[in-house]
Design a protein around this ligand. Sequence first.
Ligand SMILES: Cc1cc2nc3c(=O)[nH]c(=O)nc-3n(C[C@H](O)[C@H](O)[C@H](O)COP(=O)(O)OP(=O)(O)OC[C@H]3O[C@@H](n4cnc5c(N)ncnc54)[C@H](O)[C@@H]3O)c2cc1C
Length: 248
Amino acid sequence: MAAWLSGEVVDNKQWCVDLFSLKIRTSSSLTFSAGQFIKVGLEVDDKLLARPYSLINTPQDSLLEIHFNRVENGLLSPRLANLSVGNNLQISERATGLLTLDEVPDIPHLWLLATGTGVGPFLSILKTSAPWQRFKKIVLGYSVKSVDNQAYMDDFTALQLQHPKQFCFVPFVTREKAPKTINTRITTSIENGELEKRVNLKIAADSSHIMLCGNSKMVSDATSLLEGRGLRRHTRREPGHIATEKYY
Ligand SMILES: Cc1cc2nc3c(=O)[nH]c(=O)nc-3n(C[C@H](O)[C@H](O)[C@H](O)COP(=O)(O)OP(=O)(O)OC[C@H]3O[C@@H](n4cnc5c(N)ncnc54)[C@H](O)[C@@H]3O)c2cc1C
């Protein structure tokens, strides 16, 4: 049986019409690795309704933070979006997930490619010191539909200023033209070489590890494209180059 911690909402930030982040204080601390997810639940009709959400804070932070879409007609996410400061929710006692740096072999280049709220686990990883000590170059591709859906841009800009030679931040905006962004899907930019050209780096099996997170079509299509270029899925048994997490 899953064990639960009780949590209290400390902040509910609305980024745009359907995009939110909650900061949560828990009754006791939770141990996790950057990149992992928890389950978040609310009592609905005397039953616990819970879904997985990535933690976007670092393991050292005292408050937990999740970043999520309000899904139209979804059972839980509209309720989470409605929470106010002081409201209670349930948090699984254990975090889990393999989208962590412990799983990444020693290679020079880390590529983090996300759609929408899938950027969350990468933000958690990038706010720790570990990746900056391990990798020569880190590329973050963050794709959203429109500029108003971009979140945490101040954090990415700050990381770029802190690590100007090591960090390449590439925003994608797919449904409108926006300056300094790539205006196609991540998969298109892998296929036509635009992403590699932008950061002046090649995705190659002998130098790259790629983490993909977010929309399942992006994750599946990008995996196929990368497999076509000789990269393999990473498992503990058979080390490879691609780690994935599909949100929906
Ligand atoms: C490992 C893991 C980690 C996750 N982490 C996050 C996270 O950090 N942030 C986050 O926003 N979501 C995350 N999700 C998705 C999340 O768990 C829920 O599925 C989502 O919030 C919808 O829940 P709901 O109860 O409102 O919708 P439900 O009543 O469960 O309805 C689900 C329907 O909504 C669709 N759907 C689910 N998510 C989305 C979405 N983002 N946009 C459009 N349609 C969607 C599903 O395909 C399905 O048709 C994660 C999922 C997994 C498996």
